[in-house]
Design a protein around this ligand. Structure first.
Ligand code: NAD
Length: 304
């Protein structure tokens, strides 16, 4: 089967492409950045700005499954450049939808985000959401609306995954927009100060990228056989405070000496984030990687 993975050079994309290659699938990857995977016969990379360029159809009209990951992903960046973030993320997804072969493509899985829920856990149950905290969140919500409309018109399976906090191999540790796990592992290894925004009691639902990879594969195969539109929260269903996270990282990296600096007034986002995965669990049997196991594996990746 032929897969299209957009954002194939990023954190999740690299992991997904690796997995698909192992499964002997044929993959076309699109990104504006060079991929980390090279010289593999079953993986064809196309450098292409999905928010600007036309002519995508020539490359993707024979794909069976689509996994859309390409996006501007940083919430702080999106607060600085809201219009650019919103229009880029919307254009990328529309470009894909308008260029796939509706007769051949079986299922499109697209990355949404828990960011769309804003600041309230109560929002997790709501169907309609309106108070977005960032242009990033809004862009992901607009992707979901586009997906629903596209499904209504063309009856191709469209599955939106509202990811919580993903971590694991190949996550960028060196950008100022890096997420907390790679950033802190990197700082521990390089003996740099660990900066905690707020008091460290804010908590997040961390999900290992190996789970994301398997879920994407499983859902594409499953929903490729039936025609449907679905949205799932994808998190572990457990929330861990940043203080606890740091304790784990210190313990597993066996680093004895490290320095912490608190930034009490920093904008650290929501206080608690925890996925309601009832719908996903009702539909699929899946065991999420335990945080301790996932962190040990991630530390090994960054120590290599
Ligand atoms: N990592 C997380 O914790 C998390 C949480 C929620 C949602 N998500 C979503 O999952 C997806 C993957 O996230 P990630 O962490 O791998 O991000 P990432 O930044 O590592 O990867 C995104 C990739 O998209 C590419 N891209 C951006 N604009 C593009 C364009 N115009 N044309 C082609 N390619 C373009 C980038 O070059 C990058 O390689 C994103 O859509 C993100 O919003 C991620």
């Amino acid at each position: 089967m032929k897969w299209l993975v957009t954002g194939c050079s990023g954190f999740v994309g690299t992991n997904i492409v690796n997995y698909l290659i192992q499964k002997n699938e044929e993959v076309i990857g699109i990104d504006i950045k060079k991929p980390k995977i090279n010289n593999i016969k079953s993986f064809k990379f196309i450098k292409f700005d999905l928010s600007v360029r036309k002519g995508l159809n020539d490359y993707i009209n024979d794909v069976d499954y689509v996994i859309n990951l390409a996006a501007i992903v940083s919430i702080p960046y999106s607060k600085k450049y809201p219009n650019k973030t919103k229009s880029t993320n919307v254009k990328i997804f529309r470009n894909i939808l308008h260029n796939i072969n509706i007769k051949k493509t079986k299922c499109i899985i697209f990355a949404s985000s828990s960011a769309i829920y804003g600041d309230s856990l109560k929002n997790y149950e709501k169907k309609k959401i309106s108070n977005f905290f960032s242009a990033y969140a809004q862009s992901k919500y607009l992707n979901e609306i586009d997906a629903k409309n596209f499904y209504k018109k063309y009856k191709i399976s469209l599955i939106g995954l509202r990811y919580f906090n993903l971590y694991g191999s190949f996550s960028n540790a060196n950008s100022r927009y890096s997420s907390v796990i790679p950033k802190w592992i990197n700082n521990l290894i390089k003996k740099k100060v660990i900066i905690i925004n707020g008091d460290g009691n804010q908590s997040r639902d961390f999900v290992h990228v190996d789970d994301i990879v398997k879920i994407n594969y499983m859902l594409a195969k499953n929903f490729g056989k039936i025609k449907t539109f679905k949205l799932f929260n994808i998190g572990s269903g457990k929330s861990t405070s940043l203080k606890t996270l740091l304790n784990y990282l210190v313990k597993f990296s066996k680093i004895k000496k490290y320095k912490i600096k608190f930034r009490p007034s920093a904008d650290f986002g929501v206080m608690e984030s925890k996925a309601n995965i009832k719908l996903f669990k009702q539909s699929f049997k899946f065991n999420f990687t335990k945080l301790d196991k996932g962190l040990k594996k991630t530390i090994q990746f960054y120590e290599r």
